[in-house]
Write a protein that binds this ligand. Structure first.
Ligand SMILES: *Cc1c(COP(=O)(O)O)cnc(C)c1O
Length: 457
């Protein structure tokens, strides 16, 4: 019988995260203080972020960062996650390509997000914090954070994007089951929320609005820190556990990827699967291609501009170097809620600029078509976000078929879609549509966000 699934023994689970900043030739640009235009120091972030996370954010020298023992103890509840050879999908596509996926959907909350939630909750607790607050889109990060907070004895307050709060009530129930306090954003509970609602009473919310509210709460509440589920460098560092494991598991399968693919919201699962392999392109001359799969309705990597922009709608965050559509961008209400973010993190943005990775746009209908084929051939219903990675994988596998090339493709299955069945229902009923964003819309939105594309970095 052919082996299909690869797991690591506990003794082989990585005990340090990988920090690609140490190996990048052109380092990620620093975050800036919007008032002074000066680069931030770690201390400048301490009032809002956990101190250790702030230090990791700016750490451009340590290639490996030890995973604290209590975090490792929680990791082994669900890690290693399986690396799976997708024989079923290969057969359905009749492709000579070898397709592998790393299955992060087996975490207790159903996505990769827990890898960073546990780390951030641990640091918050260690530093004497009692409360943490955050934003969530589809609810995956909120669910992970709520569980992680409980695991380390913290209170969690989560601002959930209003459209998702209504579309995905079960994710809210999951967070509440773990004991978190959940508010639909924009809400009347913060200054930022009030301002947004006053300006647009029917605002459906976005990650940008929810971040503003959470940051404001952290600022106003003693012993409360703000934690973020994606975009920032320290989150990408924590997610490297995915690729570090995959590297060992690919070795067990006696293969090395020609192409690595991840879906792209702010960059955390993509960085997680890709960076440990990308280091071998930088250091050892490997020629693997890295593809970020983003939704055509929120195309920051393919149609955005590399500029300093705010990470949130109200402009509370530092200025971050990002491929951005403008912080006021309101993505269409696609079901892949976790991909509805206007910008890409500093590491990915620099790698894009240096052409060390690529990006593709996926239409909503193509993503669900791919998700359905995957579900029917592999027996796992993928998260709507992950469907974008699957669609990009299928595209590459079909190219292999056309050219008769036997490439090895690895993609990250960032989560399962068992709490997203409304989305599948609508797709099956023919009720979903595509939302494409054209160049003119991007230009208009950058102007609205007071960004000048001629100042591209
Ligand atoms: C949040 C989420 C994403 C997108 O976020 P990244 O930080 O870009 O990884 C993708 N897939 C799932 C399942 C998610 O929950």
């Amino acid at each position: 019988m052919k082996q299909k699934k690869y797991l690591l023994p506990e003794s082989e689970i990585p005990t340090a995260w990988y920090n690609i900043q140490a190996d990048m030739v052109n380092k990620p640009l620093p975050p800036l203080n919007p008032g002074t235009g000066q680069p931030l120091k770690a201390e400048d972030m301490y009032p809002i972020f956990c101190e250790e996370c702030a230090r990791q954010e700016l750490n451009q020298t340590d290639r490996f960062i030890p995973i604290p023992e209590p975090v490792l103890e929680k990791y082994v509840y669900y890690r290693s996650t399986p690396l799976v050879r997708a024989y079923g999908l290969e057969k359905a596509l009749d492709t000579p390509a070898h397709i592998f996926f790393k299955n992060e959907s087996v975490s207790p909350v159903g996505s990769h997000k827990l890898n960073s939630a546990l780390a951030q909750a641990y640091y918050a607790k260690e530093e004497g914090t009692t409360n943490i607050t955050t934003e969530t889109g589809a609810g995956q990060w909120g669910a992970a954070l709520s569980y992680a907070a409980k695991a380390f004895g913290l209170e969690a307050a989560v601002y959930m994007v209003k459209i998702s709060y209504e579309q995905k009530p079960y994710r809210r129930s999951i967070m509440q089951t773990f004991g978190a306090n959940v508010t639909a954003s924009p809400s009347m509970s913060t200054r930022a929320g009030k301002d947004i609602i006053t300006a647009s009473p029917n605002h459906q919310g976005s990650l940008g609005t929810a971040i503003s509210e959470a940051v404001e709460l952290a600022r106003m509440t003693p012993d409360c820190k703000y934690v973020l589920g994606s975009v920032l460098n320290h989150v990408c560092i924590h997610q490297s556990i995915i690729g570090l494991e995959a590297e060992k598991q690919m070795e067990m399968a006696d293969e090395y990827p020609d192409i690595v693919i991840g879906c792209f919201g702010g960059g955390s699962n993509f960085c997680g699967i890709a960076m440990p392999f990308l280091r071998h392109n930088i250091l050892d001359g490997k020629k693997t291609r890295f593809i970020a799969a983003e939704p055509a309705s929120c195309p920051k990597l393919t149609k955005g501009v590399y500029l300093y922009d705010f990470g949130d709608e109200a402009g509370y965050t530092p200025l971050l170097p990002m491929y951005t559509l403008g912080h006021s961008f309101r993505p269409a209400n696609i079901h892949a809620g976790g991909l509805r973010y206007h910008g890409a993190g500093a590491i990915v943005s620099q790698l894009m600029k240096d052409k060390l990775m690529e990006a593709v746009d996926i239409e909503q209908l193509d993503s669900f078509k791919a998700g359905l084929l995957f579900a029917r051939s592999e027996g796992i219903i993928p998260a709507p976000e992950s469907c974008h990675a699957i669609a990009a994988t299928i595209e590459e596998a079909l190219k292999c078929k056309e050219c008769g090339e036997q490439k090895t493709i690895l993609f990250n299955l960032s989560g399962h879609g068992l709490v997203d069945m409304t989305a599948y229902d609508q797709y099956l009923a023919g009720d979903l549509t595509n939302f494409e964003v054209d160049e003119a819309t991007v230009a208009r939105n950058l102007a609205e966000s007071k960004l000048d594309p001629s100042k591209a970095l």
